[in-house]
Design a protein around this ligand. Structure first.
Ligand code: SAM
Length: 283
């Protein structure tokens, strides 16, 4: 087999493939190899894991992931210019890197990869929240996620009840996973630097699978409760119908506000909503 030319540095990759960053694609690249290695290490032991990376860009994190004992990396990227850079990297790791051109929002990680599956990514911020919610819906099939968000979003994902950052996203994430704030990174860690700090979050899904109907009921419950977060629950849950009966069934005082409810209390509310809808023949 002929020797492959050595891979260019990440900065040379950006130059060679004309990867000038596009705002519309949320492109803030990690070009410091040490930071990429550190981020890959935050995911823990990847031996034999099948890893999905969203948006490999010039491939810094992808290179760090390929340096672990992961079984394979599947990289999905919307930017065709970056795909070409990834093909060169794939040639250096025969059989371990697959590059897909496409929209991560349309990819089903459970269909695309065998278990045990991990998702590890420096996410494009414009689609980070919808991607996370889609993965939470399927969390039972995912062993773990190690993801970079804007720090403010990372704080919302990990927020405790009673805090200002506690809301829909935190309840959904912590209902389905153990969420850990892992690392904060300043804008200067990226090229070009974003306007705000970024942070890595670790998400380890709970074993229990609520199933799609209960997940949907939880989405409706949290949307109603936090849609008017300053209101008492007996008011904010009116849009779900029979708010008082729902709160009674869940054993929750209607004078409380959404931000004071624990994850376990939201779980009771969502189950009560689903049970009522099933009894009414709605669900
Ligand atoms: N992983 C690279 C790094 O850390 O240097 C790039 C991270 S950059 C924050 C986000 C990447 O996601 C970009 O390469 C961008 O082209 C890609 N991207 C944006 N929207 C996407 C989508 N819907 N599906 C797949 N990739 C997307």
């Amino acid at each position: 087999m002929s020797e492959l030319p050595p891979l260019p540095s990440l900065r040379d990759t950006v130059r060679e493939y004309g990867l000038d960053a596009r705002k519309s694609l949320g492109q803030h690249f990690l070009l410091d190899t040490a930071i990429c290695t550190r981020i890959a290490a935050l995911a823990g032991d990847l031996t034999g894991r099948h890893v999905l990376e969203v948006g490999p860009g010039p491939g810094g994190l992808t290179r760090a992931l390929l340096a672990t004992p992961a079984a394979q990396v599947l990289a999905v990227e919307l930017d065709r210019r970056a795909i070409a850079a990834q093909q060169a990297l794939a040639a250096h790791h025969p059989g371990r890197l697959t590059v897909l051109e496409g929209d991560a929002l349309e990819l089903d990680p459970l269909a695309a990869l065998p278990a045990p599956r991990r998702i590890i990514a420096n996410l494009p911020y414009n689609v980070a929240t919808p991607l996370l919610v889609a993965w939470l819906r399927q969390a039972a099939g995912i062993e773990g996620m190690t993801l970079m968000f804007q720090q403010e979003v990372a704080e919302r994902i990990c927020a405790a009840p009673g805090s200002d950052a506690y809301g829909r996203l935190g309840v959904l994430a912590q209902w389905r996973c153990r969420a850990q704030f892992l690392l904060s990174l300043p804008p200067g860690a990226f090229s070009p630097p974003p306007k705000v700090f970024s942070a890595m979050v670790g998400l380890t899904p709970h074993a229990e699978d609520p199933g799609p109907a209960l997940f949907a009921a939880m989405e409706r419950t949290t949307a109603a409760a936090f849609g008017q977060r300053r209101k008492m629950l007996r008011g904010s849950l009116k849009q779900l119908g029979q708010a008082e009966a729902l709160l009674d069934a869940a054993g929750i005082d209607g004078e409380r506000r959404a931000e004071t409810l624990t994850i376990a209390e939201f779980d009771r509310l969502a189950r009560a909503l689903l049970a009522r809808e099933a009894a009414d023949g709605v669900a």
